[in-house]
Design a protein around this ligand. Sequence first.
Ligand code: FAD
Ligand code: NAP
Length: 512
Amino acid sequence: MAALCRGRHRWKRIHSLFVLTRNLSGKYDYDLVVIGGGSGGLACSKEAAQLGQKVAVLDYVEPSVKGTKWGLGGTCVNVGCIPKKLMHQAALLGTAVKDAKKFGWQIPGPVCHDWATMADAVQNHVRSLNWGHRVQLQDKKVKYLNVKGSLVDEHTVKGLTKAGKEMVVTAKNIVIATGGRPKYPTNIPGAMEHGITSDDIFWLKKSPGKTLVVGASYVALECAGFLTGIGLDTTVMVRSIALRGFDQQMAGLVTDYMETYGTKIAWKCFPKRVDKLSSGALQVTWIDTQTGSEYKDTYDTVLWAVGRAPETKALGLDKLGVQVNKETGKIVLGADESTSMPNIYAFGDIGEGRPELTPTAIKAGKLLAHRLVGQSTEIMNYDNVPTTVFTPLEYGCVGLSEEEAEKRHGKDGIEVYHAFYKPLEFTVSERNSSQCYIKVVCERDGGQKILGLHLTGPNAGEVTQGFALGFQCGATYSHLLQTVGIHPTCAEEVVKVHITKRSGLDATVTGC
Ligand code: FAD
Ligand code: NAP
């Protein structure tokens, strides 16, 4: 009862604050209300505030099916890029420790990994980021409201607190940046009851143990990669192909490396049911589509990484007539992030056809803020977005896959330069470099404009980021050749690439 009274008291204070702000700003409480305090929403709200707008951001985290909760900052900070990259780093360090012995480090006894220490450190870092975001909002005078938002009309948002209290805020413009959440398969008995998703894995207090990861895209392969790297028995179940949409030769190198690294891959298999045994183990029954046979094995954890669904349920889009794609559930957007309703904008993972990446959400949010205050007309360019899959052997790329370049320009319209190279750091440690590869896809005629650049290897994200600048500037193959390498690096192999696939010559780099 006392807690209820305290809640009521706080609510009254919040409410009177709104009355006050409404009175100060005239027609609307705010110039801009942003629903969703993730990568995109925070960037947009802070930018708009810096441009002199009166801004509020609503962020509310619905706990995962398993009850996992987190703070301000959205998917990337709490259950995405940040904890994922840190756990990837934990795995890379495990490999580095093994390499270290070859470099003379005396490491007595077996090297073991402790999940609880890693998870605690990662979770503490994430909490520090949650706090940092709150401080930044305060410093930039953005009002943060920990409420679940829904649309009432094109100028009005209703907020619902955790305790079920309602509030209403009005704004000249409304931005939706509510992102997405992991999906569970709907037709597999026991999937939701016994499985977890990426919303849970980074917040587990205890090691997931022997894990089955279902799915074969970014999330599945990255999670399986770091779980293997920290020493867990890990299987990936792939129903069709790995990394759909990516260059399939590169995808093959990524999964080949994972298999040599210790990840088991069940190709062309799909789970049929998950049962909890009396021992507490999870028994998974699956079908191998190549043989048609049914198999069973037990796991400590089943991680579903079967894609993400847009977070629109609570928004009331249908009532207002905001157009969504019926198949994907995502909001249909114009190039300027406008929805079908005036004054309502959306971007980030919630937007139909938008890349589901943090940097694109941030950039789109900042550009939108500038346009909303009339400071710019620049719209987000979603072409040439570089990306990296943080698997044990990282894969970075920008531009078209070889398949897509061939589709658009014809097989004879492209020239593919390629090289298999050995990172210097793999030599002394005697690591297998068979999957370290570079592929530069160019137009065959004219200036040989680069259409796509792909590489697998250590620090592929860092390397790709640099080349993405050249790509954005319209680099050609001759620009690449004119560029002087930095020796000895993996990146220099990109500017040295000279064997064409068409020639059939051995593409293995020998010597410097
Ligand atoms: P989000 O960051 O998801 O933020 C949306 C926010 O809105 C959330 O806090 C949500 O709780 C809140 N919300 C939802 N509904 C409401 C409501 N009605 N009212 C109030 N608040 C609401 N991208 C990369 O670029 N690099 C990576 O390495 C990378 N790794 C990833 C790893 C994993 C495991 C996952 C799942 C994703 C990864 N991503 C990565 C993708 C990246 O996290 C997303 O693209 C990015 O976070 C999208 O930002 P957003 O602003 O659109 O939405
Ligand atoms: P995704 O790219 O949509 O891939 C879903 C995967 O699950 C596919 O391999 C799909 O196989 C498989 N799948 C779907 N339903 C299945 C089922 N019922 N049974 C078995 N397999 C099933 O999803 P995601 O990996 O969750 O990634 C979501 C987005 O997050 C990505 O698009 C990416 O932009 C972002 N992300 C980025 C990074 C990064 O930048 N490093 C990292 C993680 C996530 P099919 O191919 O057969 O359909």
